[in-house]
Design a protein around this ligand. Sequence first.
Ligand code: ACO
Length: 428
Amino acid sequence: MSEIAKITLDGETHELPVIVGSENEKAIDISKLRGKTGYVTIDPGFKNTGSTTSAITFLNGEDGILRYRGYPIEQLAEKASFLEVAYLLIYGDLPKKAELDAFENEITRHTMVHEDMKTLLRAFPAGAHPMGVAASLIVSLSTFYPESQDPNRDKEAVDLSIVRLLAKLPTIAAWSHKFSERHPVIYPKNKYNYVENFLNMMFELPTEEYKVDPIVAKALNTLLILHADHEQNCSTSTVRVVGSSQANLYASVGAGISALWGPLHGGANQAVIEMLEAIRKDGGDIDKWIAKAKDKEDPFRLMGFGHRVYKNFDPRATIIKKAADDVLKALGINDPVLDIAKQIEEIALKDEYFVKRGLYPNVDFYSGIIYRAIGIPTEMFTVMFAIGRLPGWIAQWKEMLEDKSPIGRPRQIYTGSAVRNYVEIENR
Ligand code: ACO
């Protein structure tokens, strides 16, 4: 028999249905509560609120489980390619060989961006943060493809927007870096796979051919898979809310990129390296910085530590830690900043403050280390996260539309002034 929740308000008891997910997750359905009782619920930061049902990603923060469409993240990170995982997230099943070939081929054929995009790029100042550039250019794609503006068009039109977005974000990302340095851009090349092509656009110079290192390409493939979806996080919820107004895919994803930018979300990977640099410049006294992180009067937090849902360990961090060790060893990297990272990790993992609060290194602690080791400039770290998260945003946007989700529009509890009359300026 299905469970029922009971709530007593103003002396009257009301029954609320309980929804049970396929992994036995339970939620009290309050969608009709206000209509029945006049009450809303309040939950700042949505810490205890399910905004949707979803069949894309299962995450259990207590047990450190992450699965895309039922497949454990550990298996996908070890065996799959990023585009295979993108297909899985967006279309629900692992692709057959012919399906994957066709998907990869379509994406490869759409990697070029309109030459007029360079005019937009030129308008940004040198040193412009690539997240600002990427968000702007992704939204502007909708103006180059006006037919994409109705998200309810036929399946072919939606699929074409999906392919264009997946194909063009790496080009836009690499070009935003090149433009910010005032270097000529490198065009995409069809001989490369998705990851190799991005690396080539990032690192090739007109004066010097770039050779893709397979260790670097493998590490990047793993990183992108680990970031590909994470259920209803800040940026994904943003994509869903923006998309729920029937805004087009490019506009919705552009909003997701902006939400990802902040240091409490995707921007943490950049913040981690900046923090490590600051500690090194300050003389490398790690105990001092750990004490600062624990001091409630001090706003400093140990970036790359803690997570809203993982309170034991982040399964992605376990995989990525090994990848980070492998990459540093294979590339023979010796970097004092990365030594500081190792020491902080060691000390914090044993420190009672961090242990008691379930604060462990999250995926961004290690992703920053790998990006630095493979030569990605610090300002590009969060853009790398956006490239990885793109399939998840697309899958969630598509699911939201197919489920005919209502427009996202929360309520509030007003705490401002009661009604008062306007007073003429001379009488105030
Ligand atoms: N350093 C020091 N103390 C911390 C940290 C940290 N990194 N993170 C949390 N705490 C403390 C808080 O001060 C609080 O202590 P208290 O209970 O004594 O008041 C307790 O741990 C719980 O923290 P909350 O902020 O309530 O946890 P919440 O779930 O709201 O925040 C968050 C999670 C934003 C990730 C937080 O841990 C944080 O700011 N971490 C650093 C930034 C970071 O690495 N973000 C990346 C997240 S992963 C991602 O987006 C992919």
